[in-house]
Design a protein around this ligand. Structure first.
Ligand SMILES: Cc1ncc(COP(=O)(O)O)c(C=O)c1O
Length: 395
């Protein structure tokens, strides 16, 4: 495991750091792994697929033998859709816990799928809490499944999935988790938190490149999912059964992406697995947030809710601050940041994930300081309304 101060290799190709929630900055070794072509039917590639499935399951810890891992072509949303369609029976009903764009996308997906659903919509960033979920489940016996977003990437909030899991199973219902931006950096050990299935994708905390997602589900649920899906290509049961029988993906796999992901997964283990990866991202966040706060920036979330994945900052109220200008100037200094997604106040986001360490984060803060000076922004403090918004959030 590297020491906390180990410096990661900077991008070799002169490209800017992606301070975004994926696609993200990958290592040279990951990029290099894509320089070879693979036959998807060949034993070598089947071995790679099996190694990926096995290594991903290992991240679940004790109890992992009850689960299996099913890679699925496409971006993360394809895997979310595959999970919802395959595990919620056609006569089931879902409660979607939404506090941002990805929760709302799950609800929209269920509408497309024709699955009955209700949404607990907490707005831009308030967390869904156990007691309110318990109440909804008590009031509506038709609900069979609850869909939770682990880290809601649109604000960066780390939702309380353990608390939610407890009330879901106390009420005899089932939990499905979209852990897209969290898995690999935040523990989701099946001995600690109960769930039926979760999804993530190649280009998030494992630090691969985009091209496929994966569904990790209880074998019993995978068995029971037969016939549920509306879709041939997104049928998790069919993909699982075929992969177990032949070692192959049902349709053309993104071979280069799989090869790159395997290198990324081995590096993830060498870094100390979820604890090592999450530790580096946490240091990234802490150094970056402390530095930005010194410049006067304020985070949308109070510390208790800040994830080590991505952080939302309010835009400064200073009239000289124009986000597009700030963005371009940061990019020219080698850092691509991310626009915000809040509806009430202007914001932007800075990602903490990818091949970056705290040394890079110190450079990000220095670049932000220089950029503010170039723009003539004397203080990065947000407007009063932003702080009033934040006051709604429990500490
Ligand atoms: C929590 C969450 N769910 C779903 C998605 C959708 O993934 P994709 O954009 O790869 O389709 C994302 C993407 O960032 C995400 O963060």
């Amino acid at each position: 495991m590297p020491t906390p101060n180990a410096k990661l290799e900077p991008p070799r190709l002169g490209e800017p750091y992606l301070l975004t929630p994926g696609p993200l900055t990958t290592s040279y070794a990951v990029k290099e792994a894509m320089l070879r072509d693979w036959g998807s039917w060949d034993d070598d590639f089947r071995g790679m697929t099996l190694e990926i499935r096995t290594r991903l399951l290992d991240l679940l810890g004790d109890g992992k033998d009850d689960f299996d891992c099913v890679p699925m072509q496409g971006s993360g949303s394809f895997s979310v859709e595959a999970m919802l369609a395959s595990f919620i029976p056609r006569d089931g009903k879902a409660l979607v816990l939404a506090n941002g764009a990805y929760g709302m996308r799950s609800a929209q997906t269920l509408d497309y799928l024709g699955r009955a659903n209700v949404v607990l919509n907490k707005g831009d960033y308030l967390p869904p809490r156990g007691d309110e979920v318990a109440q909804i489940l008590a009031d509506d016996p038709a609900i069979t499944h609850v869909v939770a977003i682990h880290c809601e990437t649109s604000s960066g909030i780390l939702n309380p999935v353990e608390e939610i899991s407890e009330v879901v199973y106390a009420a005899g219902r089932k939990l499905l988790i979209d852990s897209m931006s969290a898995f690999g950096a935040i523990e989701l050990k099946c001995a600690d938190i109960r769930y039926e299935a979760m999804v993530s994708s190649a280009n998030k905390c494992i630090e691969g490149v985009p091209g496929f997602g994966f569904i990790i589900a209880r074998k019993a649920e995978l068995e029971a999912a037969k016939g549920n899906s509306h879709s041939l290509s997104l049928d998790v049961h069919a993909q699982w059964a075929h992969m177990n029988k032949t070692g192959q993906w049902r349709f053309t796999p993104p071979t280069h992406v799989v090869a790159a992901f395997l290198v990324a997964l081995r590096a993830h283990m060498d870094e100390g697995g979820v604890a090592g990866r999450g530790g580096r991202y946490t240091r990234n966040r802490d150094v970056m947030v402390a530095g930005m706060r010194e410049l006067g920036f304020e985070t949308l979330l109070k510390d208790r809710w800040l994830s080590p994945i991505i952080v939302t900052f309010f835009c400064p109220s200073d009239e000289h601050f124009v986000f597009d200008d700030f963005y371009e100037k940061m990019k020219n200094k080698g850092f691509i940041i991310y626009p915000g997604k809040l509806t009430v106040v202007d914001s932007f986001r800075v990602g903490c994930i990818g091949q970056m360490d705290e040394h890079v984060m110190l450079q990000v803060v220095a670049a932000a300081k220089e950029t503010l000076e170039e723009m003539g922004v004397a203080n990065a403090a947000p407007p009063a309304i932003a702080l009033e918004e934040r006051a709604k959030l429990a500490a």
